[in-house]
Design a protein around this ligand. Structure first.
Ligand SMILES: Cc1cc2nc3c(=O)[nH]c(=O)nc-3n(C[C@H](O)[C@H](O)[C@H](O)COP(=O)(O)OP(=O)(O)OC[C@H]3O[C@@H](n4cnc5c(N)ncnc54)[C@H](O)[C@@H]3O)c2cc1C
Length: 462
């Protein structure tokens, strides 16, 4: 629909990232007149500064590692180094192809795309480029940006965020990564593969601290083996410039020096100065508060994605955006089970999980009602071929369903699809054990873990 002053859209979306554009695509598919307002590039963080570019860097790093380790497989290859400009070209080509495809999709669904910085001007309108865009409903999807810590200023040169790290024109000789969460360990992994001397600083007890403790420990073991250093359990105190780098001091007085400091301490919502509070939208520390149907307290306004306090993942944004579009189009919608959303950290080795941790299961069901089983990838033929180590850990409610699947190992992210079905369909171990898994695949390890949990282990000890 063309936009003029008298047009009233069914849905006006502020922000064209994963959450916003998914709502636009699904809404248009269901016959809604949709306006999508984006100040940067449609696709948002995930496509341009997040999921896609980081995974391209990690894949380039994997190839570097394979070249270095080729002799273990009887292949004579030599690793000569990283041409970072060429790595960026490869990464940017991937982004450009997907960006073009997404723009085509938006156009083909007849979505009114408005480029510009918007501001909520009432519960039913957004002002952009000096124009008022009116809608029966408004969806806030302005996403998030990298956070820092008090007194730690990101200069984009020596103290950088993930946005800067993704376009860095050199491979740093050494790097301190502040934050051992998903983004931190992914950069640590890619940089190490590129040849950087990396130290991760994490204030919590473990790397990837929201994962099951077993996964964290396995990742720490693998990182130690790769020569990625880390310091756990002590918080950051300050950072100072040295002659040619940065010095970080921790609360216990310990110091670390490196060429660059990557601040990966999380992302904060983009909501300031956008008119949300003035329109009466309830917020908490910058996040827009929503119910399980993504409705704010203002009846004409919904919100999705990193702007709301749910899991900060692209596929969560997609799901929330779709939910809003379907609700507005009058379809029956079901709240998202966030525990049932798969989570993958794409470092080397990968960490993948769905469902709840053993600790959480014990909290919910009681310690004596929870069974945990670990299946070591050493017994899995394909993992042996790939020379990857790791484990699949299953968490089961005694005599009941599998409520958590926690995997560590190269390519285990690709196994999370089946794990997701197991969790979300509340499968019993015996039911999964009945399914025949292809040999030799890493997927088979998931089958074998369930065989073991069902009391009939095949390639593992009783
Ligand atoms: C380094 C990194 C790696 C990541 N890797 C993964 C991964 O592997 N898998 C995964 O699932 N998730 C990953 N994520 C998280 C994922 O990118 C986010 O969860 C997702 O992008 C959130 O989508 P969103 O639509 O809420 O916000 P965003 O993608 O941030 O989109 C918000 C959009 O709103 C626009 N906007 C903001 N304000 C205005 C305004 N006033 N007017 C107009 N437009 C505006 C912005 O320009 C932006 O395009 C990663 C994130 C980072 C930073």
């Amino acid at each position: 629909m063309a936009n003029d002053a008298s047009t009233v859209f069914d849905l006006v979306i502020l922000g064209g990232g994963s959450g916003g554009y998914a709502a636009a695509l699904r809404g248009a598919q269901l016959g809604l007149d949709v306006a999508l307002i984006e100040k940067g590039k449609v696709g948002g963080t995930c496509l341009h500064n997040g999921c896609i570019p980081t995974k391209a860097l990690l894949h380039a790093g994997e190839i570097a590692d394979q070249a270095r380790e080729s002799e273990q497989f009887g292949v004579k290859a030599t690793f000569e180094g990283i041409d970072i400009a060429a790595v960026h070209k490869y990464k940017d080509d991937v982004i450009a192809g997907l960006y073009k495809g997404l723009q085509g999709l938006i156009a083909s669904r007849k979505i009114t795309y408005i480029e510009g910085e918007g501001r909520l001007s009432s519960p039913t309108s957004v002002d952009v480029n000096g124009q008022r865009v009116q809608g029966r409903h408004v969806l806030l999807a302005t996403g998030s940006v990298p956070k820092s810590l008090p007194g730690l200023e990101i200069d984009g040169d020596r103290i950088i965020s993930s946005d800067h790290a993704l376009v860095l024109d050199r491979v740093p000789t050494s790097a301190i990564v502040l934050g051992g969460g998903v983004i931190g360990v992914e950069f640590a992994s890619a940089w190490k593969s590129f040849g950087t001397d990396v130290t991760v600083i994490e204030g919590m007890k473990h790397l990837v601290p929201v994962e099951d403790e077993n996964s964290s420990k396995l990742l720490e073991r693998a990182f130690r083996k790769r020569g990625i250093k880390f310091n756990l359990g002590t918080f950051f105190e300050k950072a100072e410039y040295t002659q040619d780098g940065v010095k970080v001091t921790l609360a216990d007085g310990k110091t670390f020096e490196a060429e660059v400091l990557l601040v990966a301490v999380g992302r904060g919502p983009v909501s300031q100065g956008l008119g949300y509070e003035e329109a009466g939208v309830a917020m908490d520390r910058g996040y827009v508060l929503v119910d399980e149907y993504m409705r704010t307290n203002v009846p004409t306004i919904s919100a999705v994605g990193d702007l709301v306090p749910t899991l900060q993942l692209a596929h969560v944004g997609f799901a929330e955006g779709i939910l809003v579009a379907e609700r507005l189009a009058g379809l029956k919608t079901v709240p998202i089970d966030y525990d049932g959303v798969p989570r993958v950290t794409y470092c080397h080795p990968e960490v993948a999980s769905v469902g709840i941790t053993e600790a959480k299961a014990k909290e919910i069901y009681g310690a004596d009602k929870v069974v945990a089983l670990k299946y070591n990838l050493a017994g899995n033929g394909k993992s042996k071929i790939l020379k990857t180590a790791g484990e699949i850990k299953l968490v089961q409610v005694k005599d009941g369903a599998v409520v958590g699947v926690h995997m560590v190992g190269d390519r285990m992210g690709e196994q999370v699809g089946e794990a997701q079905l197991i969790y979300n369909w509340e499968a019993l171990p015996a039911e999964v054990a009945q399914l025949v898994h292809a040999h030799p695949t890493q997927n088979e390890a998931l089958g074998e873990a369930h065989l073991a949990l069902a009391g009939k282990p095949l390639h593992s000890h009783d």
